[in-house]
Design a protein around this ligand. Structure first.
Ligand SMILES: [Zn+2]
Ligand SMILES: [Zn+2]
Length: 239
């Protein structure tokens, strides 16, 4: 069966719907999963951002903003490819909890293009994804941070070190707990892992940045392991 025929057959059985709004997509192709209306709603981050935390800034480029992490950050700065709004929220949810292969290429593209806008591969020696607790891996939850890191590592031709840091304590998702408990939730959650980052400039990758405390907690472990510099980069930025 040719791929076009197969596509038509699959489209009959599973009419494609938009991951953003759930509407059926007309003139479908297998790889289409967001309708044009939802695709237009994606808020890519570009020039008008805070140079410290990477969040959107209505006043154009600023050196610090109200959303900046108020605690002492130990990483140099962070960037995110887009805002955590619909339909990115739904796509990331599908990516995370169903390991959906159909949304991956689309999210990878947003992530890789963001990296092109904000970062230079020559500034880094390694890419480290925020690790999952072993229990979550055991339950076959997908480490979307590692999948994103792998995609970037391939394009940049830079080693990805998923075991440079490890999660030694189970934590609740930062988005699910009140702000004042977030720092305590993540403190001591990471420790250096078996892969060495001594003397390296590390790009620390995650899917979503909320307050920056997860990036901060993990970068402490990387500095303990001898990293020279840590920069954070996430697919999306909440808030
Ligand atoms: Zn839609
Ligand atoms: Zn900021």
């Amino acid at each position: 069966m040719s791929s076009t025929l197969l596509e038509s057959a699959l489209n009959l059985v599973f009419p494609p719907t938009c991951c953003g709004c759930g509407e059926r997509i007309e003139t479908p192709k297998i790889e289409v999963f967001v309708c044009a209306t939802c695709a237009d709603k994606i808020k890519l981050l570009g020039q008008s951002i805070c140079s410290r935390c990477g969040s959107a800034s209505a006043e154009g480029p600023v050196s610090q903003c109200a959303k900046c992490p108020h605690f002492e950050t130990c990483y140099s700065f962070s960037r995110s490819a887009c805002s955590y709004t619909s339909p990115i929220r739904e796509l990331i949810h599908e990516f995370k909890f169903q390991g959906s292969r159909r949304v991956r290429p689309f999210l990878y593209e947003i992530f890789l293009k963001g990296a092109d806008r904000f970062l230079n591969p020559r500034d880094f020696d390694a890419i480290v994804p925020i690790p999952l607790h072993w229990w979550r891996g055991f339950r076959r939850e997908y480490n979307q941070a590692e999948l994103l890191a792998d995609a970037l590592g391939k394009v940049w031709n830079i080693p990805v070190l998923p075991k440079a840091a490890k999660r030694v304590r189970m934590t609740l998702p930062q988005s699910q707990i009140p702000g004042r408990y977030r720092e305590r939730n993540i403190q001591g959650a990471f420790s250096p892992g078996p892969e060495s980052v001594t003397g390296m400039r590390v790009l620390l990758v995650d899917d979503v940045m909320t307050t920056g405390q997860t990036l901060a907690g993990c970068s402490v472990a990387l500095f303990q392991a001898g990293a020279k510099r840590v920069v954070g980069y996430t697919l999306a930025r909440r808030g």
